[in-house]
Write a protein that binds this ligand. Structure first.
Ligand SMILES: Nc1ncnc2c1ncn2[C@@H]1O[C@H](COP(=O)(O)OP(=O)(O)OP(=O)(O)O)[C@@H](O)[C@H]1O
Ligand SMILES: [Mg+2]
Length: 216
């Protein structure tokens, strides 16, 4: 799906060649190893200082950024919340994109999926860090891009909620025939859900393996 050819980003990332297949990819690595930078490159939030990135065979340089980011959406490590309530935060992108705004029933369905049991009128400044993270995930789910780039979507969650959320994400990706590249620090999440596991160290790819191989 993505192919990185001789990619460098400043002194931060150095990847001679990497292929990321369709399905669920998990990106592991120590803090500062370059994981977020790779997701930003895939999302075209930043561009390589050297080399090329292909998405389904097309050079990212040739693809309009806005279109690409609607197709390949990133959940940031520290998601930005907009002033207002949960409803405002779930629907804001629909307003920007002049798309039909989903009704409350649909919004509550999404909140259920991301395990957020709050009213749509709840001001976001009353939410905890983990709740904001789930709301941001709900926001992306509502938009439902082809590729989800998820930067530690479960970092502020307790074990039980993490399991539920990652399972939900994984089932959706499979059922809807989508793809996800997810950063996690949890090896158990990687082994359980990653069709493909990539580990980074100091801006380089340490290894890339398919899950079947690790279960042997
Ligand atoms: N635009 C930039 N210019 C220079 N250095 C940068 C830039 N962006 C990130 N870095 C540095 O590159 C390294 C990798 O950053 P990155 O955010 O990709 O790491 P990470 O693997 O996501 O870490 P964490 O697990 O802590 O989130 C860090 O040392 C960071 O300070
Ligand atoms: Mg990071």
């Amino acid at each position: 799906m993505f192919e990185l050819i001789d990619v460098k980003y400043q002194e931060v990332v150095d990847i001679p060649h990497l292929y990321i297949t369709k399905g669920q990819t998990v990106l592991l690595g120590a803090s500062g190893s370059g994981k977020t930078t790779v997701l930003k490159l895939l999302n075209k939030m930043i561009s390589p200082t050297q080399g090329r990135i292909l998405f389904c065979g097309n050079d990212l340089k040739q693809l309009p950024s806005v279109d690409h980011r609607r197709n390949v959406m990133m959940l940031s490590q520290n998601p930005i919340m907009f002033e207002g309530n949960i409803r405002d935060n779930l629907t804001i992108a629909f307003k920007f994109q002049e798309r039909v705004i989903p009704g409350d029933e649909e919004l509550y369905k999404i909140l259920g999926k991301v395990q957020l049991e709050k009213g749509l009128d709840t001001p976001v400044n009353l939410l905890s860090g983990g709740e904001k993270q789930r709301l941001a995930l709900g926001r992306i789910f509502l938009l439902d891009p082809s590729v989800y780039l998820l930067d530690e979507p479960s970092s502020s969650l307790d074990q039980d909620t993490e399991d539920k959320i990652i399972k939900m994400v994984s089932e959706h990706i499979k059922k809807a025939n989508k793809s996800a590249v997810m950063i996690t620090h949890s090896k158990s999440v990687a082994e359980k859900y990653g069709d493909e596991i990539i580990e980074m160290a100091q801006g380089k790819i340490l290894y890339r393996r398919l899950r079947d191989e690790c279960n042997k």
